[in-house]
Design a protein. Structure first.
Lengths: 210, 210
DNA sequence: CGCGCTATAACGAACGTTCGCTCGATTCAT
DNA sequence: ATGAATCGAGCGAACGTTCGTTATAGCGCG
């Protein structure tokens, strides 16, 4: 009965009910533990220790380890997709739209580096319906990026393999969690600039077919 | 009745003892299982089932699950590094050297897609000495790519952030295991061409620092 | 009181690992 | 040439631990 649907008695100002605050706290700790040890390597007891709650206490908030990961991943996807949508609302220049997409993605995930890994690294552990649901969200997000790149492509009359280009872009961005060091590499703005330069310069320089 | 060679052994090539062949077989099965279920998600019993050998039998060939992964990863790094070194021997043009690096990396890992994931995805599960050893190899491999890119950079008098550029290149290449489909995307040669175009076009188009 | 929430303690199953043993091939002394 | 001893390769069964999960009983607050 937990987690599959919002609490029935929650009113509009539900974001600060005790239940919601506790749930958010648990998701945060769980994300940190999954980040450190990976989903399979993390035990419910690790989560219990980290969040200072008993095993049974945790199960009051989610009904299985799988559903817990699912909630975390789903929330992250929805949040970043919402953010992207809102940021892109006021931009119409095709190149700037791609740059803005990169910037938004990096800003969100450099602000939540542990979330970045839990999304990127634990991407295929969920099976069946739960896995299919996450895969669907992922495909939506990919589509979003691909549409932006294709928009730029037709606007400028470029010729390149869209699929490989977009997936390469996602590769650059999603690989960051393995090396990013805020003291060495700049903030999201700097990084988005540099990665945007490489990617856009790369597709602009693409050879014309003949 | 002189004692020339003990066994006639039709398929001589006795450089591989039975032990070595069995070990290789086990490593291959283990790679496949780690690929499917991840290191933490794979149990020794899974490996036992896959390789058709008992639990205790497996432990005759390695002394712990961690050491098994270590052997696999170490062997892969050494093999691909050797391959890169040999291929680069005869090429002196800086751009072609970078392209050749990309091609070699892709050829090796598209020929061994499961290995690619076991290296990329299970990269930080090993701790202490074993982990440090793998991290050292990884750093060597990174250095290799970085030197090539830096060679091109100075040869052409380009200006860009080498660290971000090289790590982005590795991001593009190492992310491939999440999406590559041999029936849709080309073989290593065509993929190396496309990724090389994006990357090289990207760093060539880099703005001068002012 | 009743209800939302937490803690204790336990469940069976699965985990990585080890022990003692077997069995065929090889080696060696006679 | 042959029996005894050794060795490499592998097996079945079990070790103690940890896993995800749950039944149940108790607390504090409206």
């Amino acid at each position: 009965m937990t987690l599959t649907s919002p609490m029935p008695d929650s009113t509009a100002a539900s974001s600060d009910s005790r239940y919601d605050r506790q749930l958010a706290r648990i998701l945060e700790h769980a994300t940190a533990i999954f980040y450190e040890k990976g989903y399979e390597g993390a035990s419910i007891r690790d989560l219990s220790r980290a969040s200072g709650m008993s095993l049974a206490g945790l199960y009051y908030y989610f009904e299985s380890k799988e559903k817990l990961l699912h909630v975390i991943q789903r929330q992250l996807f929805l949040e970043v997709m919402d953010l992207v949508r809102e940021r892109l609302k006021d931009e119409s220049d095709p190149e700037q739209r791609v740059r803005l997409f990169i910037l938004t993605h990096l800003e969100y995930f450099l602000a939540n580096p542990k979330s970045m890994k839990v999304l990127s690294h634990e991407d295929d552990v969920l099976k069946d319906e739960l896995g299919a649901d996450i895969a669907k969200l992922k495909r939506q997000y990919y589509r979003c990026g691909a549409d932006l790149v294709d928009g730029l492509k037709t606007a400028k009359g470029l010729h390149f393999n869209s699929r490989v280009a977009v997936l390469s872009l996602f590769g650059m961005m999603n690989w960051i969690y393995t090396w990013y060091n805020p003291h060495v590499d700049g903030d999201a703005k700097v990084l988005a600039q540099e990665i945007g330069n490489v990617f856009l310069g790369g597709i602009y320089a693409t050879p014309a077919p003949f």
